[in-house]
Design a protein around this ligand. Sequence first.
Ligand code: HEC
Length: 259
Amino acid sequence: MMKKTLLFLGAASAVAFAGNSEALVKKHCASCHMLEQPKPEQIPTLTAPAFDAVIFHLKDAIKGHEEQVDFIVDYVQHPSASKSVCESNKVAKFGVMPSLKGKVTQKELKEIADYLLEKYPHPDFVRMIKEILKNDAMAALKSSPFLINSDNLPHMTKLLIQNWDKAKLGLTPEQKEKLLKIRKETMGGVAKIKQQLEPLEMEVADAMIDREDPKSVEKQLEQIARLKLEASKIHLKCIADTTAVLSEEQVAVLLPFWE
Ligand code: HEC
C-alpha cells in the first residue's frame, strides 16, 4: 500500500515537473524572448533573439548537452558580450541581456535549460534560417566587386565584426583601434569603386537590351575590369593588413579553414 502511494506521487510530480519548466520559461524569459517560431518579417522587430535563434546558435557553438546546460545557467546569471555565442554585431544591436541573478534559482535554471534544449530550435526554423543564410550569401556574391570570391579569401571586416567582442578571439584595445582603421580604409575604398561600377554595368546591360553591337561597350567593359582589379587589390591588402595585426592564434580562431 505504502509503495503504491509513493509510485503514484512520483508520477504526479513528473507531470507537474514538465509543466513547471514551461511555466518558468514563461515567467522569467518570455517577456523578452519570443517562444514561438518567428516569421522572417518579425525578425527585424524583435527586442531579443527568439529562443529558436538562441538555441540554434548555442548548439552550433557548443557541443555536449551538459556543456550547453552549463552555458545557459551561467549566461542568465552572468551575461557578457565576450561569452556570447551569438554574433557580436547582433549582441550590440540588442544590448547585452540583463542578469537575472537572484530572480531565478540555479535549480530552476537547469530545468529551464533542459526544457529549452529539448524544444528548440523547431525544424521549420532551421530550414528558414538556412534559406536566409543562403540568400544572403547569394546577394553578397551578386554585389561583390571582387575578382575572387573564394571562401579562402574571406571578407575580413565582416568576420571581425561578427567576432569583435568574443573572449575566444581576445582582441586588445590597441588591436581594435588598428583594425577599425583598416576597416575604414577598406570600406571607403570599396564603396567608392562600387559607386562607379553601378552606372557602368547598367550601360552595358542597357546596350545589350537595345540590341547594340557589343563593341559599343568595350570601353565600359575595360573600365569595369580595371575597377574590379582595384577592388580586389584593396581586398587582398585588407586581408594582409588584418592578419598582420592579429596573432597566429587569433588568425586560427577567425580562419580555422586556413590551416
Ligand atoms: C529583459 C529581457 C530578457 C530576459 C527577461 C531574458 N533575456 Fe535572454 N537575452 C536578452 C537579450 C537582449 C539577449 C541578446 C544579447 C545577448 O546575447 O546578451 C539575450 C540572449 C540570451 C541568450 C544567448 C546568449 C548569447 O550567447 O548571446 C541566452 C542563452 C538567453 N538569453 C537565455 C535566457 C533565459 C533562459 C531567460 C529566462 C530565464 C532569459 N534569457 C531572459 C534579453 C532577455
